[in-house]
Design a protein around this ligand. Structure first.
Ligand code: C2O
Ligand code: CU
Length: 450
């Protein structure tokens, strides 16, 4: 498929309805506890897998059955700005009892997701998210099966209910709300059946608020197909796959083995590997010898031009526990840390703790942008740009050879990266940390493409 610069206009829209409301979900096995009260789309957490073909339109009527406002963001889609789902920037939040009709073209095939973008540190953690799969325009025949695995990290109490403690500033100033119940597709200890020797396209989506996941399929060889929805050149991986919050990876995995074998999907934790799901090999083997694996056809935004006359600006990330931030501007005036904490702010971008009245940058449509992001905190952050995919063109001053496209990039403490992209999508776009407590705590800004 050819690279596209703009957002194609397509005709036929597939119409869906998503109702956000309180629901019940059997997250832990029934022998441990009953169903967990969750906030769900159409009664399930995660919500239904939405599918649309690249270039076609998706129409989704979102109805708010909660007792607080909500909205839906279509993470990673190079979307029409009015459909981006950011209350206060691109739409008004959907009030309880109201509905909002999203309708947009999905230009790029790949693995995406949707999630609440209002009080998302609570709404996403309670279950308001789901997978959004944009199919290749021509069916891709490189795998026998396509599996969508939404990874999450719930914090549950003994009785299976979602533990309280939302809005704890101690957590906001540290790594965010880390859970105690890692799940695949909303279940602890999921079982997934595959056939022996089946070649599977595994779409991993990290929907957790804050947990950085390191994932492995026992010792099975994995090949990378795509990151954050965008095809990469096919490449063998060794060890684990890292997924920061909101990141996706499409893998090609050959489930070599015999009927009756099991293969764990494990998450690295401080206490060693945790079995998030079990793949059970069942039935007749698919084939005895594999053809050479093929990658996905490349797609996505146009290649980067020369960056010599790019629009450039710096973003210094500060704050959090063990940092040196003394204070920051909030609600238009400087506040010390004590006062900031009383306002629910513990982080800043360029000395501003989440004030949204001014954009970080205003850039003419079509101009290349380079943002230099400097993590001057003691914590990792998952930096996300709305409406565009970017390339990390340098890391700590060294150019990156053949940078891949991403919409969310994990940054380590003291790291500086330059991200580059063409501002080809007009509108107001967020740039924020996807550790959702950090975003709410001040790590959020926006830029205007005019
Ligand atoms: Cu998935 Cu503003 O983010
Ligand atoms: Cu962060």
């Amino acid at each position: 498929m050819l690279a596209t610069t703009g957002i194609p206009r397509a005709s036929a829209a597939t119409r869906h309805r998503l109702v956000a409301a309180v629901g019940q979900s059997q997250i832990v096995p029934e022998t441990f506890a009953g169903p967990t009260p969750v906030w769900a789309f159409n009664g399930t957490a995660p919500g239904p897998v939405l599918r649309v073909r690249a270039g076609e339109r998706l129409a989704v009527d979102v109805e708010n059955g909660l007792d607080q406002p909500t909205s839906v963001h279509w993470h990673g889609i190079r979307i029409d700005n009015a459909m981006d789902g950011v209350p206060g920037l691109t739409q008004a939040a959907i009030a309880p009892g109201e509905q909002f009709s999203y309708d947009f073209a999905a230009p790029d095939p790949g693995t995406y997701w949707y999630h609440s973008h209002n009080r998302s540190w609570e709404q996403n953690a309670r279950g308001l998210h789901g997978a959004l799969i944009v199919e290749e325009p021509e069916p891709w025949r490189g795998a026998d099966r396509d599996l969508v695995l939404v990874l999450d990290d719930w914090r549950l109490a003994q009785d299976g209910a979602i533990a309280d403690g939302f809005g704890q500033m101690m957590e906001w100033a540290h790594g965010g709300r880390i859970g105690n119940t890692p799940t695949v597709n909303g279940r602890l200890g999921s079982k997934v059946a595959v056939r022996p020797n089946e070649r599977v396209r595994v779409r991993l989506i990290n929907a957790a608020n804050a947990r950085i996941m390191e994932i492995a399929f026992a010792d099975l060889p994995m090949r990378l197909l795509a990151l954050d929805g965008m095809p990469t050149t096919i490449e063998a991986l060794s060890g684990t796959v890292q997924l920061a919050p909101a990141q996706r990876a499409d893998l090609l995995v050959d489930f070599a083995g015999a009927d009756g074998d099991t293969i764990p999907l494990s998450l690295q934790t401080r206490d060693g590997p945790f079995e998030m799901a079990t793949f059970a090999l069942q039935g007749d083997p698919v084939r005895s010898r594999y053809p050479d694996p093929v990658g996905l056809p490349l797609s996505g935004p146009a290649p980067l031009p020369e960056l010599s006359d790019a629009f450039r600006t710096d973003l210094v990330m500060e704050g959090g526990a063990m940092g040196s931030m003394q204070g920051a501007t909030h609600q238009g005036r400087w506040m010390d840390m004590r006062e900031l904490v009383s306002k629910g702010r513990v982080w800043s971008f360029n000395g501003v703790a989440g004030d949204m009245d001014q954009p970080l940058a205003t850039v003419a449509r079509g101009r290349p942008i380079v943002f230099t992001l400097r993590n001057a905190t003691r914590w990792p952050h998952a930096m996300h740009v709305h409406g565009h995919h970017f390339r990390v063109v340098s890391r700590d001053g060294r150019p990156v050879a053949s940078p891949v496209l991403r919409d969310t990039e994990l940054m380590m403490p003291d790291e500086t990266i330059e991200i580059a992209f063409i501002a080809d999508n007009p509108g107001k776009w967020l740039l924020h940390c996807h550790m959702l407590e950090h975003a709410a705590g001040g790590m959020m800004t926006w830029f205007d493409v005019t």
